[in-house]
Design a protein around this ligand. Sequence first.
Ligand SMILES: N[C@@H](CCC[C@H](N)C(=O)O)C(=O)O
Length: 271
Amino acid sequence: MRRYSFHKGHGTENDFIILDDSYGLHDMQPELISHLCDRHAGVGADGVLRVIRAGQIGCWDGDPQLWFMDYYNADGSIAEMCGNGLRVFARHLINEQLVTSGSFDVATRAGVKHVEIGHQGLISVGLGRVTLLDDPVRVSVDGRTWDARKVDVGNPHAVAFVDDDVLDDLPLYTAPTWGPASAFPDGVNVEFVHVDGPGRLDMRVFERGVGETRSCGTGVVASAAAYRAASGHDGTVRVHVPGGDLEVTFDGDEATLTGPAVIIGRGELWL
Ligand SMILES: N[C@@H](CCC[C@H](N)C(=O)O)C(=O)O
């Protein structure tokens, strides 16, 4: 029998299992990840964050001493970036005294990201450049179709603006489809957004590799960027999601995401 020590945390209720593995001893097979994330037979989570030194990651050619956020979706697939996961990862590094200040860099598959610990338990993460693409994309749920904006936040997003009553009623227990299929050959995270007022959005999301989640940090950033481009709004964008509230600020095309990150406990899993 193998024992896995883990911590569990969440950022606006987007929840993660955290595995400490400085020396890269865990074999991160999709079966292990999906078992850990199973809400009935495992611990349950939207994803797994492995804490490993960047130097242990084969393709990493930057500073080997940085902590690397090795992120996996609940189905075992790998994603380039996770905005809520990065804040939870940062909170874990602080709690476990794996960093010595409240301002530090984390290595990710989408490059090095900067973290700043703020007031009242909030954490800001610089997610870098957000790219809005012009290719026409449509997303469909339950026989209804909307135009969507294609956005790259390191990982792929399609953002559709919908009416208030539509947002509440969308049956996101079924996966949205998109067209053309070639727009997202590796799958996509789909955000449905209602504009509540200037700089205020309400969002639901269906995440690639997971399903509907209560929040998605990169999805919030993608939605804020699409809203900014469509409206000309120039200032902080506040986004309400089922799991809480997040803020996005921009410096040119570079986005910073700010929100809470909580570690709820730790445990041991036997396999
Ligand atoms: N929940 C995350 C996004 C996680 C990755 C995503 N499901 C993908 O496959 O790209 C976030 O907070 O950004």
